[in-house]
Design a binder for this molecule. Sequence first.
Ligand SMILES: Cc1ncc(COP(=O)(O)O)c(C=O)c1O
Length: 428
Amino acid sequence: MRQNLLRAESSLLRYPIREVVEIGKRFEKLANFNMIWENIGDPVAAGEVIPDWMKEILRKEVANTAGYGYTDSRGDIEARRYVLENFSSQKVCTINDILFFNGLGEAINKILNNLPKEARVLVPSPTYPSHATAEAMHAGCHFISYSLDPENNWEPDVEEIENHVRYNEQIVAILVINPNNPTGSVYQRETLEKIVAIAKKYDCFLIFDEIYHHMTFPGVKTTLLYEIIGDVPGISMKGISKDIPWPGSRCGWIEVYNAEKDKAFYDYIRIILLAKMLEVCSTALPQKILPAIYEHEKYPAMLAARIEKYKQRADEAEAFFKEVSHVRMNKPQGVFYLVVELQDLPHARLESMNKDIRLELDRLEQKTLAADFQFAYELMGAEGVCVVPLTGFGSQLTGFRMTLLQEDDAVFSETLQRIGRAIHDYYD
Ligand SMILES: Cc1ncc(COP(=O)(O)O)c(C=O)c1O
């Protein structure tokens, strides 16, 4: 090519949740087996059955001409009205402050890419990688993060947040993911209020990724941003990928709060809307049927049954990992993931399924590989289970994230057994 085609920051572009799959697929071919995929938060891939009533709503909409046209660039007006009335608050938000995207993934990129390079968003560690990667790519250097504390049920370290914001003028926003991916924790209201107070004190805005707002275990209540934001500018991110088993719909939205309270924030949100206009709009069909799905008489029971299943999986995993040495685990309070920390993790090897996988592992495992990536690769090669290394979530801690999604009880128990065996042999 006449010119270099890569931006300097291209090396920061990482998405380990899917990158591990390429390696896992190669292993499957090399030893002719079926991997247990524990890497991705997709209930459909984990075997969840889509109820007939949901398919019926979709079938009806396919026969309706309206869903075949463009929508307003902000999104379908009825979908936005539904979101405003059911998931948001008219005290801080209007129908024009809701913007639909093709999945929250797109919203994350639009929000970060449209900030000037020097305006930084403080992200959690560990974090959902799309946020951290988009932040790093927009800034052209490593993301800036605050810690979630495993000693304190993975709550954000508020003191660290304040220190970052106080001493780094470039920070314009604080990102909070609550309920949290990857840790499954649901934050205390008091912690969140302190974060809002920091944003107010230092004239920053807030980004709360609340895509798991419906996914808390029985008895656990989540505090939503609109309940505590007061007059601070902020963005709540939500979507249908998690509380409706339809992540392939690619349908998420942002709710902008207190847009008019700050001129710079208002202008920035206007740019995000213009960027969306450039693409015309997001896919219409999921927006058109979103209210019908959430309002269906069978929706609450479906959601409750799913959450109950994830809770049972969390109970089983907790009982299991309690007995495994070198492991620290906080029991999730919601969501459908589990983080297992592997303490003082060495670089080691497991007996792989065959010689070809061993050769492939030796090729992958250069000295620079993080210890938990090595563990994750060895686990795939020895036990046929694919998890995501914890350092892949922008954490200094080593371990892995698995899901609680597996539909089949026996397969879930078998997965735990295989992982437990691998941990034991790896430290041996
Ligand atoms: C915290 C969090 N935010 C955003 C997303 C992206 O969701 P979407 O499917 O709407 O792109 C995910 C998906 O796993 C997520 O876990």
